[in-house]
Write a protein that binds this ligand. Structure first.
Ligand code: DOR
Ligand code: ZN
Length: 343
């Protein structure tokens, strides 16, 4: 049995760090494991200009503990009216991608896109400039069952989008279904997908075991076991189209343990241990490094990281909660022991 693995330092290709005092809690967790992370722009108000992205990047860097090298990779929030000429400024500022949230799909998505066709001029500019499009792939129509929203998005939104912009690199973010895994596996070289640790480890029963467990509620919501197995198969298949993106999404505990609890699982405190656990459960630790450290960088056209991260099979129990501004942050599996640790 493998007791220790050393990987090239990984990248988290999908991360929420929020702003203000929250940064001081969550940025050190990610910087302790990852060399880089792709920072989601769903602040209030959202990050929609190159200038805002540069300012936000400085605030994140100010929260990196001294002695750790960590690079935030910045994104902009695509809206119905994000002007196409902002794309050149974004490219010059080092912004790597734009995030498409269908309006109303998730946390802070009110400013999101109401109709993808409204963004076509901007998507053309992105395709020319080589900026990636990251999609939250769920339709928002209330008549579509919550558990079907990702599969319906593929047919009604993603397939037409791919047809209209064949050379725009698209990341189907935090995929949760067999349909999405199959779609991405069979697509051309311009489409890839990120997968979270929690969607590899849990199915939807986790939300309801012994009562409603709000810390397992995220969007897209956990699906049934057949879908989890399809995600594990995709992540451990060796296909370069799948890579790590934790979607770690901190919320104050009192707003998750609430009558209308916020969506988002916090995993940054133990992201690589959780990915290692998922790959170990599938007897695929040999596939972990490509998934966490190579495939994302390669798809984004970034140099692979230098330096290493070592994980050991050794039980430990993360803190039950973390101070989070004036509130508390409860991580996923709060108080539970984990089989792998970073050393
Ligand atoms: O669960 C989620 N939380 N899904 C998202 O898409 C957004 C995220 C957040 O920002 O809290
Ligand atoms: Zn997210």
């Amino acid at each position: 049995m493998t007791q220790e693995i050393t990987l090239t330092r990984p990248d988290d290709m999908h991360l929420h760090v929020r702003d203000g005092a929250a940064l001081n809690t969550v940025v050190p967790h990610t910087a302790a494991e990852f060399a880089r992370a792709l920072i989601m722009p769903n602040l209030k108000p959202p990050v929609t200009t190159a200038a805002q992205a540069l300012d936000y990047k400085q605030r994140i860097l100010a929260a990196v503990p001294s002695g750790l090298a960590f690079e935030p990779l910045m994104t902009l929030y695509l809206t119905d009216n994000l002007p196409a000429d902002e794309i050149a400024r974004a490219k010059d500022a080092g912004v790597v991608a734009l995030k498409l949230y269908p309006a109303g799909a998730t946390t802070n998505s009110d400013a999101g896109v109401t109709d993808i066709r409204k963004t076509y001029k901007t998507l053309e500019a992105m395709q020319r400039a080589g900026l990636l499009l990251l999609v939250h792939g769920e339709v928002t129509a209330s008549e579509i069952d919550l558990f079907d929203r990702e599969a319906v998005f593929i047919d009604t939104q993603l397939i037409p989008l791919r047809r209209d912009f064949p050379e725009l690199k698209v990341v189907f973010e935090h995929i949760t279904t067999r349909e999405a895994a199959q779609y991405v596996a069979q697509s051309d070289a311009f489409t890839a997908a990120s997968i979270t640790a929690h969607h590899l480890l849990y199915n939807r029963n986790a939300i309801f075991t012994g009562g409603v467990r709000p810390h397992f509620y995220c969007l897209p919501v956990l699906k049934r076991e057949t879908h989890r197995l399809a995600l594990v198969q995709a992540a451990t298949s060796g296909s370069a189209k799948f890579f790590a993106g934790t979607d770690s999404a901190p919320h104050p505990a009192h707003l998750k343990e609430h009558a209308s609890g916020c969506a988002g699982c916090y995993t940054a405190h133990a992201a690589m241990p959780m990915y290692a656990e998922a790959f170990d459960n599938a007897n695929a630790l040999d596939k972990l490094e490509a998934f966490t450290s190579f495939n994302g960088a390669d798809f984004y056209g970034l140099a692979r990281n230098t330096g290493t991260l070592t994980l050991r099979r050794e039980r430990w129990t993360p803190a039950e909660s973390f101070a989070f501004g004036d509130a508390q942050l409860k991580p996923l599996r709060s108080g539970e022991s984990l089989p792998w640790r970073v050393i």
